[in-house]
Design a protein around this ligand. Structure first.
Ligand code: GLY
Length: 369
């Protein structure tokens, strides 16, 4: 049974998030977006295309004027302006104009690239998010952040562009490879930690069903998680203030992601960054020691890392300071005041960051201790 949430922008309904167990209702959704005279272009990556590309094209058949598909190589390495240029060329060749629409079918990389293309092609055309990973369903498909990496710096170039619809086929989560699935779970855990202690408790109570990917539990989990994100992005859509709370775990997380040359998944880096931020929160006596260890250890049953090997702590500090989450030369850090309540703090020192990085660093010495 599908459910939906409506997301507001400037206090007005902007787009719906549909939570469904299949693509069965997508045709109807496209009809209500009046797609019959539009050209539609599916943007997807090689991995997702192999599994769902053609069946989605079949769904679009008869629902629009013309349906085409653009496929790029899967992986973070494709999240560049070169890929966007390739899509521009294809859209020009296919005669896409401003009334036409893009459909982002895939994970976070696809959604960010397709969204950025939609934000900039002909100064903006509509797009729909069809997120296929847990990370994209829980986080990146909602709130209109789009963009690409630049010279290895994550999401350095981008735009805010709200989708016309986010349609989640939750059944896709059941076929995700294990590591990919649990990586996305880090963002869900983040939502509980920053905003909703009861949801955090619910995640722990439903650990078994979440690991088993029970469809009803997945639906409840995503509705609750997306409700938290919806609440935050509605209040601060362009990240002038509290939306930055969603960056909990991302400050050090992004630095690790870059230092590891994207060899770790985004959510894995977020889990490491969340442990580091919780550590600083403990050291500042915002969290108790018990709360810190609880937060840290709760990532473990979901197969997320709480320590990392082969990093250079000074290099992670340097990359953390080079990340874009800076305000007047200060790092905009997100700390936990308690479980379920995060705060933005501009006063975290290099020493505190280094101590937190050392806390999650699993070194040779640890191995021999
Ligand atoms: N992923 C963080 C945000 O959407 O603001």
């Amino acid at each position: 049974m599908s459910e939906r949430l409506s997301v507001l922008y400037n206090k007005k309904p902007c787009y719906d998030i549909v939570f469904s167990g299949s693509f069965g209702e997508l045709g109807q959704e496209l009809e209500s977006l009046e797609c019959e005279n539009k050209r539609l272009c599916i943007i997807t990556d090689s991995k997702v295309d192999d599994i769902y590309g053609n069946s989605l094209l079949d769904i679009l058949e008869g629902k629009c004027r013309k349906a085409v598909k653009y496929v790029f190589q899967d992986g973070e390495a494709s999240k560049t302006l070169d890929t966007v240029k390739g899509i521009y060329r294809f859209l020009i060749e296919e005669g896409f104009d401003r009334r036409d629409m893009l459909l982002a079918l895939g994970g976070g990389v696809v959604g960010d690239i397709a969204g950025y293309t939609a934000a900039t092609y002909l100064r903006g055309i509509d797009f729909i998010q069809l997120p296929s990973t847990l990370l994209a369903q829980a986080d990146s498909s909602i709130g209109g952040k789009t963009g690409v990496d630049f010279d290895g710096y994550k999401n350095m170039v981008g735009a805010f562009k709200m989708p016309r619809l986010v349609y989640m086929n939750l059944a896709l989560l059941q076929t995700l490879e294990e590591r990919q699935y649990f990586s996305g779970f880090a963002e869900i855990m983040k939502h509980g930690l920053i905003r909703d202690a009861a949801f955090y408790e619910w995640l722990i109570e439903n650990m078994y069903e979440i690991c088993e990917r029970d469809l009803n539990v997945l639906q409840e989990m995503l509705i609750r998680s997306c409700t938290i994100k919806k609440f935050i992005v509605e209040k601060d859509p362009l990240e002038q203030g509290d939306r930055a709370l969603l960056n909990f775990g991302h400050t050090i997380g992004h630095a690790i992601e870059k230092a590891k040359n994207f060899g770790l998944y985004h959510g894995e880096c977020v889990a490491l960054g969340a442990v580091a931020a919780a550590y600083i929160s403990w050291k500042r006596e915002l969290l108790s020691m018990e709360e810190y260890y609880e937060v840290r250890d709760m990532f473990v049953p979901f197969y997320l890392p709480i320590s990392v090997e082969e990093i250079e702590p000074q290099e992670i500090l340097r990359l953390t300071k080079a990340d874009k989450k800076m305000e007047s030369g200060k790092i905009r850090f997100v700390l936990l005041k308690k479980i379920g309540k995060a705060v933005i703090d501009n006063s975290v020192t290099d020493e505190e960051i280094l101590a937190a990085i050392n806390e999650i660093y699993y070194s040779e010495e640890d191995a021999h201790a």
